[in-house]
Design a protein around this ligand. Structure first.
Ligand SMILES: C[S@@+](CC[C@H](N)C(=O)[O-])C[C@H]1O[C@@H](n2cnc3c(N)ncnc32)[C@H](O)[C@@H]1O
Length: 320
């Protein structure tokens, strides 16, 4: 063997973790990183690193319970899908426990593209309430129609043109009045941003009769307030479809700038608590004409939920 030539199997131990096609140290061509295929295959996607952590999705789960609790409790088949649960099923188990406390009949199914992750999750299953299966955006054909699909930290890894197809595939499978919750958060769940995207079919009439008028599409930003310096820090966790739009002239950029200004104006409230400061800032945005939903009951959790996209009859207000 030529001196310095790579030994058999060296490729597996290649020290070069960069994306260069040839390693400088061992001169071995590295296997190409998998690429998303075009067309339908792109919608089906690829397994990714699977990073997750306990309690990471608590802010999203709390919001899901508030937004969909009545529909889940009133549904004959209260099915919830956690799409892309990752290398450990921990956040799916947490979702199940949180929902089950308020809706004992709930059935949660964790889906993954990666079959090894599905196999590794089986010991955590508690059938029939909590199960794990292989599946992607199209959802397995025999699954039924979920009231909620939670897809957190999944689409962030896809190219932007794939987002609309993935949303369409998932919302088409929702039960009437159901909700796709799609977004991104940081590693420990202190910053999170997500969309609430309703099913194409309207909610059953009884939902309005119990005083829960279903929302249209929404965007929610949520933060751990004691560690928040400026609301625009949330830009790092925007869902994929908003990242490239966070530039001057776009609504998401105006929103973050308006929140920053209101947060700075409310600095005096910080002596009471960061929560009081956030409530004042969000209240100011609503007073200024932003389509902010909810009330202090939600705002005090460090949340702001808005109709999104901003309705065309309610253009974002000019800065004060
Ligand atoms: C970063 S992990 C997110 C884990 C968990 N949802 C969380 O937020 O902590 C993303 C997971 O989504 C999976 N994934 C990617 N595309 C998918 C798809 N189309 N359907 C199902 N799972 C998918 C990946 O295999 C990966 O395990």
């Amino acid at each position: 063997m030529r001196a310095g030539a790579p030994a058999r199997g060296r490729r597996d131990r290649c020290p070069d973790r960069t994306r260069r096609p040839v390693c400088d140290a061992c001169r071995v061509s590295k296997p190409r990183a998998p690429r998303l295929a075009a067309g339908r295959a792109r919608t089906l996607g690829l397994p990714t690193r699977g990073t997750t952590a306990p309690n990471r999705l608590r802010r999203i789960d709390r919001w899901i319970l508030d937004a969909t609790g009545p529909l889940l409790r009133g549904s004959v088949e209260p099915l919830v899908v956690d799409l892309g649960f990752g290398a450990s099923p921990v956040t799916t188990v947490e979702l199940y426990e949180r929902l089950r406390a308020r809706c004992p009949r709930v059935r949660v199914v964790g889906l993954e593209l990666d079959p090894e992750r599905v196999a590794a999750a089986q010991p955590a299953a508690r059938p029939p309430g909590l199960t794990f299966a292989r599946g992607g955006f199209g959802l397995p054909a025999d699954l039924g129609r979920p009231v909620v699909i939670r897809a957190l930290n999944v689409l962030r890894q896809y190219p932007e043109p794939a987002i609309a197809g993935a949303w369409a595939a998932m919302t088409a499978r929702l039960a009437p009045g159901g909700l796709l919750v799609e977004g991104t958060c940081d590693e420990i769940g202190r910053r999170a941003c997500w969309f609430g995207l309703p099913a194409g079919e309207p909610a059953p009439g009884w939902l309005a009769a119990v005083g829960r008028v279903p929302a249209g599409p929404t965007l929610t930003l949520a933060a751990h307030l004691p560690s928040l310096r400026l609301p625009s820090e949330l830009a790092e966790r925007l869902p994929k479809s908003l990242i490239t739009r966070n530039v001057p002239g776009q609504d998401i950029h105006r929103l973050l700038a308006a929140l920053d200004r209101a947060w700075l104006r409310a600095a005096g409230r910080a002596v009471f608590s960061p929560r009081q400061r956030w409530i004042a800032a969000v209240g100011e945005l609503r007073a200024d004409g932003w389509p902010v939903g909810g009330d202090t009951r939600r705002w005090r959790l460090g949340e702001i939920t808005l109709d999104w996209p901003v309705p065309s009859d309610r253009p974002p207000p000019a800065p004060r």
